[in-house]
Design a protein around this ligand. Structure first.
Ligand code: NI
Length: 137
């Protein structure tokens, strides 16, 4: 079991009140878990600022499947890169549009390049990338 250290923090009363209001709305049961999450978020953001850091990312793409050759281009991009594509999920949204979620593993820099290529393909209507820092081997 991990060792736990208790810390004391001095905080302005108004700031603490606003923080308590926020974390209550977010569903936190206590300040400790909210503060731990803030620390993890800061550490993750610092990690993701390093282009060589290892990460996992979900690329979300919305496109019209009638777009000429777009699906083939997206598949070719995944096959031609050294990045590991962990999985893809395809959802038919309506008669025209599809949502594709592609989970990639690699460095932050590699994932950024790959995601930019995917997002800039003709026929992609919407897209974004969500990173999670993945320390370890
Ligand atoms: Ni579809």
């Amino acid at each position: 079991m991990e060792q736990v250290e208790r810390i004391g923090v001095s905080v302005d009363k108004n700031l603490l009140g606003a923080f308590d209001e926020l974390i209550t709305k977010q569903g936190y049961q206590n300040r400790s878990e909210a503060i731990r999450d803030l620390i993890r978020k800061q550490l993750s953001e610092q990690c993701l600022g390093n282009l060589k850091a290892k990460a996992v990312a979900a690329v979300h793409l919305v496109y019209d499947h009638h777009s000429t050759k777009l699906m083939e281009k997206l598949t070719a991009l995944q096959h031609s890169h050294l990045l590991r594509t962990i999985c893809t999920m395809h959802i038919h949204l309506d008669a025209h549009d599809c949502l594709e979620i592609i989970v990639l593993k690699g460095t932050v820099g590699e994932i950024n390049k790959m995601a930019e290529k995917m997002l800039s393909q003709k026929g992609v209507k919407l897209g974004n990338v969500n990173f999670v820092c993945a320390p370890g081997p």
